[in-house]
Design a binder for this molecule. Structure first.
Ligand code: SPQ
Length: 429
């Protein structure tokens, strides 16, 4: 699919959708199932391309993984059961796969090599390879180990006390996974709290990890045991329909099974601050990853400021929040979000350039963007630039644009939301 013509201005979106499994949690469930002893059963797994890359890498490491619909069964032989791969490990488009996998491979006494697509080739890896090398892993790669292709010869690891220079759940998780294999106690200090799925997953697999005041402590040599994991829906996927429901006139959308982990719910706070009519209608907060059902209705919106500790809690939602801000009255300022520059694309530049093509009043800043609303968007030709979140944001933008919107490279959306267009269509019938 090279390009598609998207729905143009719609009167309303009505209906109910069940949000597919969380990408971050799906990755981690396969990783932990693969390094634990015994059987792991995963339900509501996200069959997005990124998570399938994780499965393919662990199969190459000798793990038996069966897939049927959205259910996965893993027969784990412990982390010491992983085998030297005879082939390169291809992570596709997935930053989570490569960075977390490096944390695991750093402690394994064998050689492996990692590659990914052209977007992965531009994403910085020193943030992970640097501290892992300090722990004792031998890592090399293009530009002195900064970029893929990368090679790792793992082995005995020393524990580390490490203050993260950027708020990144991927770096934190890679160091936790390496720390689980080190001889002693590893401590990681976060500048701002990031998603804590790795920490929750360790406990679910019978391990111990402590967290106090942004300091995470993990002991090496723990034995993890296979578990049953139910993956809640991905709030980052739900975000596209939350925004669609808020900005398409006359809408009411019920979103079932949305993950409500507090380290991920920044989008809910922003929508509420901007005046959205959003309600949590049921909430299962006692499960290992909280989830619930939400309803969103159209309302008038006002600009806001998004900054500081809130940024890591909604980092992947910023492209769709930028669209939301074009439909709000007044100025929205997004700052402290430099990390957007090193995602699947430079998401500051891509969001600003693509939304400008549809008539938005939006400017890039060094660490974010400034949006002036409310704008009447018009048709045009836009591109996902191979970035799933940009593709979905533009598909939602088309719903409030006058005139046809042509989206180039829509296939990128399958990275995290393979049935996105089916869900969108079901709300327009
Ligand atoms: O996996 P990948 O490609 O890095 O995916 C993205 C996304 O938009 O889906 C980022 F581009 O999400 C990251 C997120 O930005 C997933 C993630 C995780 O599962 O740990 C953490 C965040 O990245 P980081 O660099 O802040 O740790």
């Amino acid at each position: 699919m090279k390009s598609i013509t998207l729905n143009t201005k719609l009167n309303r979106l009505i209906g109910e959708i069940t949000i597919p499994g969380d990408k971050s949690i799906s990755h981690r469930s396969v990783m932990f199932g693969s390094i634990a002893h015994g059987e792991t059963k995963i339900t509501n797994f996200l069959p997005g391309e990124d998570c399938l890359s994780t499965i393919s890498c662990f199969r190459k490491l000798g793990v038996s993984i069966e897939e049927e619909d959205n259910q996965i069964r893993i027969s784990g032989n412990g982390i010491e059961g992983l085998k030297e791969p005879i082939d390169v490990l291809d992570v596709g488009n997935s930053g989570t796969t490569i960075r977390l996998l490096m944390g695991i491979l750093a402690g394994r006494p064998f050689f492996s090599s990692l590659v990914g697509d052209s977007s992965i080739g531009k994403r910085p890896m020193t943030r992970v390879t640097g501290p892992l090398a300090k722990m004792g892993a031998v890592i090399d790669g293009r530009n002195s180990g900064s970029y893929t292709p990368l090679s790792i010869r793992g082995g005995k690891l020393n524990p580390i006390q490490y203050e993260l220079p950027v708020a990144s759940a991927q770096v934190k998780s890679a160091l936790i996974l390496a720390g689980l294999q080190a001889e002693g106690i590893t401590q990681i200090i976060e500048p701002s709290e990031t998603r804590d799925h790795t920490e929750r997953m360790i406990r679910q697999f019978g391990g111990v990890i402590d967290k106090e005041n942004k300091i995470i402590t993990v002991k090496g040599g723990q034995k993890l045991t296979g578990a049953t994991i139910h993956v809640p829906g991905d709030i980052s996927s739900a975000a596209f329909f939350l925004v669609a429901g808020a900005i398409v006139p006359g809408s009411e959308i019920v979103l079932k099974n949305v993950g409500l982990n507090p380290t991920r719910t920044g989008i809910i706070e922003v929508l509420k601050n901007m005046g959205a009519d959003l309600e949590i209608i049921s909430d299962e907060s006692d499960s290992f990853e909280p989830a619930g059902d939400l309803v969103i209705r159209t309302s008038s919106l006002k600009g806001t400021v998004i900054e500081g500790d809130l940024i890591p809690r909604l980092i992947d939602e910023i492209p769709i929040i930028a669209l939301l801000a074009t439909q709000a009255v007044g100025k929205t300022i997004i700052k402290d979000a430099e990390e957007l520059k090193v995602k699947e694309t430079n998401r500051i530049d891509t969001v600003v350039n693509e939304l400008k093509k549809l008539g938005a009043s939006i400017e890039a800043t060094d660490d974010g963007m400034i949006i002036n609303g409310k704008s009447n968007l018009h048709g045009g030709t836009v591109s996902s630039h191979g970035d799933h979140r940009i593709g979905m944001m533009l598909a939602i933008a088309a719903l409030v644009s006058d005139g046809e919107v042509f989206l180039e490279n829509p296939e990128a959306i399958a990275v995290s939301y393979p049935n996105f267009f089916e869900h969108l269509k079901s709300l327009t019938n």
